[in-house]
Design a binder for this molecule. Structure first.
Ligand SMILES: *[C@@H]1O[C@H](CO)[C@@H](O)[C@H](O)[C@H]1NC(C)=O
Length: 406
């Protein structure tokens, strides 16, 4: 059995008594959740009066403004706008949607436009964040949008990619599979990890980051057959690093990022390690998924799927059947960009496809895709240690993303 059972044992001791009725006020904050059951759900994360057991998060509002299969959410908090992509997994296709966030937690659908097939990620970019960069996994494409008028999204460009060499993993890499759009810390470049071609596609944002035009740069090769999925950046002691999480090889690739000239970004690969760190083997069937950096830039947290390495008490206090959980792996970051695994904890269920951290660094919002569950994992911002649950919700479809409304 793997090491994380230790933490699982400590969770087993937790008492479970039915929690008090959910509180409807949203003063403790809200999260937005996308799921494949055609809904974007607002959940109340504060104000629970339960004294024991894991509080059940109450639903504040539900929106059907993001089509059939909402797969990703990106919030523009200052403008009160939520962007969402519809992966259209049943009927095929893709949509990009904009919604207005209301003070009461509800969402007003503003616009839904057709886009390239299979969108899975959105990044805000350009002056005043009026640009949207979208990765299309199913459609092998990258697209950009002008959201200056959020009720009238305008396509700027859509670029469709072709395979240029035989894939290392033909069943999983039949075509280019852009998995994410992510801005570097200067907000001048967009990184697009491509699971199908083992590369990091790169774009420079025009006007030194201020315009909505993008220029394609040379890609950076990632390890063959690794399946690049998601990235995160961190600045430490004056240096910039990027971590790439790969889905097919379940690894983390560390890069140092430099800016050799105006309009240029360079990546130097530093190391490749398993998603569980240097000292622990990665289970063969694992699919690493998300990576998030703590707000204080001291920790990186990675999720992995299909491991079932933990057993945790059922969130339903009347149900004595334990639940299986995949792990979150917690790493300390050093000034050289190195990662040291310090802890593994239960993510709260099966397939933590995506998760996010709140600004205070006290909570992770985890989307447990195959359990239709959202879990709030507790975090101590001083020590960086994770563990235990501050809340959960059971929704009606596979969870694809969870973001804090802040
Ligand atoms: C108890 O939990 C297990 C595991 O999630 C589930 O399969 C079962 O249906 C639950 N039983 C009841 C009565 O809800």
């Amino acid at each position: 059995m793997l090491g994380p059972m230790l933490t699982a044992t400590s969770l087993l001791g937790m008492a479970h008594i039915a929690s008090a009725a959910a509180v409807s006020s949203t003063t403790g904050g809200t999260i937005f959740v996308s799921s494949y059951n055609s809904k974007v759900t607002t959940l109340n994360i504060g104000g629970s009066s339960s004294k024991s057991g894991v509080p059940k998060l109450s639903t504040v509002a539900e929106s059907t403004g993001c089509g059939e299969s909402p797969s990703w959410l990106t919030l523009d908090k200052p403008k009160g706008l939520l962007y969402c992509v519809d992966e259209n997994i049943v009927t095929g296709g893709g949509n990009l949607a904009s919604l207005r966030t209301k003070a009461d937690g509800s969402l007003e659908a503003l616009n839904l436009v057709k886009c390239a097939v299979g969108p899975v990620s959105i990044a805000l970019y350009g002056k005043d964040n009026h640009g949207l960069a979208v990765a299309h996994y199913g459609g092998s494409a990258f697209s950009t949008w002008d959201a200056t008028d959020p009720a009238h999204l305008v396509n700027i460009q859509t670029e469709t990619f072709k395979m240029t060499k035989p894939p290392a993993d033909p069943p999983r890499q039949p075509a280019p599979r852009p998995h994410e759009t992510y801005l570097d810390p200067t907000n001048k470049f967009i990184v697009v990890p491509d699971l199908g071609t083992d590369e990091l596609r790169l774009y420079a944002i025009g006007g030194d980051g201020a315009s909505l035009t993008t220029t394609k740069l040379d890609s950076v090769a990632a390890p063959a057959g690794s399946g690049p999925r998601h990235v995160a950046f961190v600045k430490r002691a004056g240096r910039t690093f990027m971590y790439l999480v790969t889905e097919l090889s379940s690894q983390i690739v560390g890069y140092e990022v430099t800016y050799p000239a105006a309009g240029k970004i360079a990546f130097k690969q530093l190391w490749v390690m398993g998603a569980h760190g240097w000292d622990k083997p990665t289970p063969k069937q694992a699919y690493a998924s998300e990576i998030v950096i703590s707000p204080d830039s001291r920790f990186a947290i990675v999720s992995s799927r299909n491991e079932n390495s933990f057993k945790i008490p059922n969130f339903d206090p009347t149900n004595s059947t334990q639940l299986q959980s995949d792990p979150l792996i917690n790493f300390r970051i050093d000034d050289g960009g190195g990662l040291t695994a310090i802890q593994e904890v239960a993510a709260g269920g099966s397939y933590p496809r995506q998760f996010s951290i709140n600004k205070a660094g006290t909570l992770l919002g985890v989307g447990l895709q195959l359990d239709n569950r959202v879990a709030l994992v507790k975090r101590d911002p001083a020590s960086g240690k994770l563990g235990g649950f501050a809340g959960y919700a059971q929704l009606g479809g596979q969870i694809t993303s969870v973001i804090f409304n802040e």
